[in-house]
Design a protein around this ligand. Structure first.
Ligand SMILES: C[S@@+](CC[C@H](N)C(=O)[O-])C[C@H]1O[C@@H](n2cnc3c(N)ncnc32)[C@H](O)[C@@H]1O
Length: 249
C-alpha cells in the first residue's frame, strides 16, 4: 500500500535486470517485482533528503543492493519461519530483499543510526512486510538484553566490520545451533586466517565459505558462515566501541 507521493519505481530496464540477475541466482523474482520497485522508489525519495546509501543509479541499486543481498539465498539456511537478525542494516540491506523473497522469515533489522532505522520502518510499512521490525540500537547493548541474546536462529551482516569484530557482535545473538552469515567482498583470506581461535572463545566455529560472483557485474563476493557451537561467555560482546577499537584478532 502506498502512503503519500513518491517518485517512479523501477523502469522496464531495471525490472529486466532484476529478473535476469535473479535467474542467475536460481530465483524467480517475477512475483516480487512490485515490492522491489516500491523499495527502489522509496530509496530514491529518501536519497534526496538523507544520505542513506552511496548507490544512486538504478542499475547499481538493482545489482549492488537487491541482487547482492539475495546472494544469501545461495546458502541452504533460510527454510521455515526462522528468527533472523540483520545487524547494521543501513537502508535495509541485506534484510529487506531477503524478507521480500522469503516472507515467512521473522526479521529484526538493527542499526545504530536513527535516521536509517526510520527509513527501514517506513519501508516495512509501505511494503506491508508482516513479521519484520526495525530497531534502533547498538549490537553491544542489544546482545546483552533478554529477548535478543542467544535468541536468533540466523544473523546476517553486510559491510559492517572486519570478521574479527563482527564475530564478537554477531555470535552472542545466536542460539546454539544457529548460524550467522558475514557478506564479504573479493578478499577474505586475510580476515579468515586469524579467526578460528577467536570464534572458539566466542562459542563459534567457522562454517562454509562460499565464493560467488555477483550476477551481471561479475564482481567477486564471499559468504562466510559462522556457526554457533556453544553459549557465548557473558564477557562478550564488550562495551560499545571496544570490539572495534580492540579487536580480538
Ligand atoms: C556501511 S553501512 C552498511 C549498511 C548495510 N548493511 C548495507 O550493506 O548497505 C554499516 C552500518 O552498520 C551500522 N553499525 C556499525 N556498527 C554497529 C553496531 N555496533 N551496532 C549497530 N549498528 C552498527 C552503521 O550505523 C551503518 O549503518
Amino acid at each position: 500500500m502506498f502512503h503519500g507521493k513518491h517518485p517512479e519505481g523501477l523502469s522496464e530496464r531495471g525490472r529486466a535486470l532484476l529478473l535476469e540477475g535473479g535467474k542467475a541466482l536460481g530465483l524467480d523474482l517475477k512475483p516480487h517485482l512490485e515490492a522491489f520497485s516500491r523499495l527502489y522508489a522509496l530509496l530514491q525519495e529518501a536519497s534526496g533528503k538523507v544520505n542513506l546509501t552511496a548507490l544512486r543509479s538504478e542499475e547499481e541499486v538493482v545489482v549492488k543492493h537487491f541482487l547482492d543481498s539475495l546472494t544469501l539465498l545461495r546458502l541452504p539456511l533460510w527454510q521455515g519461519p526462522l528468527r533472523v537478525l540483520d545487524l547494521g542494516t543501513g537502508a535495509g540491506f541485506p534484510g529487506l530483499p531477503l524478507k521480500i523473497v522469503r516472507p515467512e522469515l521473522e526479521l529484526v533489522l538493527v542499526d545504530a543510526t536513527r535516521k536509517k532505522v526510520a527509513f527501514v520502518e517506513r519501508a516495512i510499512e509501505v511494503l506491508g512486510l508482516k513479521g519484520a521490525r526495525a530497531l534502533w540500537g547498538r549490537a553491544e547493548v542489544l546482545a546483552r538484553e533478554a529477548g535478543h541474546r542467544e535468541a536468533y536462529a540466523r544473523a546476517v551482516a553486510r559491510a559492517v566490520a572486519p570478521l574479527c569484530v563482527l564475530s564478537e557482535l554477531l555470535l552472542p545473538f545466536l542460539e546454539v545451533g544457529g548460524a550467522a552469515v558475514a557478506m564479504k567482498g573479493p578478499r577474505v583470506e586475510e580476515e579468515l586466517a586469524p579467526l578460528p581461535p577467536v570464534l572458539e572463545r566466542l562459542g563459534g566455529r567457522l562454517g562454509e565459505v562460499l565464493a560467488l560472483r555477483l550476477p551481471l557485474s561479475g564482481e567477486a563476493r564471499h559468504l562466510v558462515v559462522l556457526e554457533k557451537a556453544a553459549p557465548t561467555p557473558p564477557a562478550y560482546p564488550r562495551r560499545p566501541g571496544v570490539p572495534e577499537r580492540h579487536p580480538l584478532c
